[in-house]
Design a protein. Sequence first.
Length: 298
Amino acid sequence: MGIESLRHMLAEATGRLKDAGIETARYDARLLFAEACGISPRDIDKALVMSDSIDVTDEQLAVFRSMMDRRASREPLQYIVGHVPFRYLDVQVGPGVFIPRQETEIVVQAGIDWLTREGLYAPKVVDLCAGSGAIGLSIVTEVRGAEVWAVEKYQQTLEWTKRNAKRVADKDPAAGYNYHLEAGDATDATTLAALNGSIDLVVTNPPYVPMSQPPTQPEVRDYDPQAALYGGSADGTLIPERIIRRAFALLRNGGVLVLEHDITQADRLLTYALANGFSQARTGADYTSRPRYLFAVK
């Protein structure tokens, strides 16, 4: 494909996505074209700067057009390409699994920072409501020697967790050996009961969206699993509160819970943690300085 044809096609694709109400239209169009052609967005940028042509087959163009149709209908970009970057991992996603967000990377970092400060070289960690597995798999690969237990309830989601765990294990057998996936309800007192009182760190991104405030973005509202979104009550704190109680039972004295929450829930969950046994609690902020997670010490 010649440079002028490439520029025209990308401009047309960007305009179409903008008309569909997608704020990241230029980025999405380039990424989808790169995925369809088996190249990187950087290759496209280089071609545009150097005025080079790009070899594109009719089959690749057909794949790109199909991807564009899906994105213009507001299907999540991550579902279309089938994966999403999360910290140092490339996490596979698709229908039935919650797409990991950048905010959750901060939550993971808060947990890893605490492990580092404490000098824990073989920590025991639990990831409740594992979803894609992004949290627990990040910890088991980044904190060498960590042993991680992950809990996920829903069968369709579990298939994605297993898939991502296998990808990690294939590349990093030691990390794979230290990652244990449990099918079960993260709020149930019997789940991982044998570990009660022995866990150093619980990191979790539970369902927390207030049922009174459904998301407006079609990508979230229509595609993310409802069970992974809504916190079970009007203010969204019912499930997070149950997770706080379960985490307290799992943790050893001095252990830490890091729990992602909605920006409206900080004061309530902090108070709830202190009222249910935790000795210290504070709220951590996200990239935009909004109250994003609970950090509580047993």
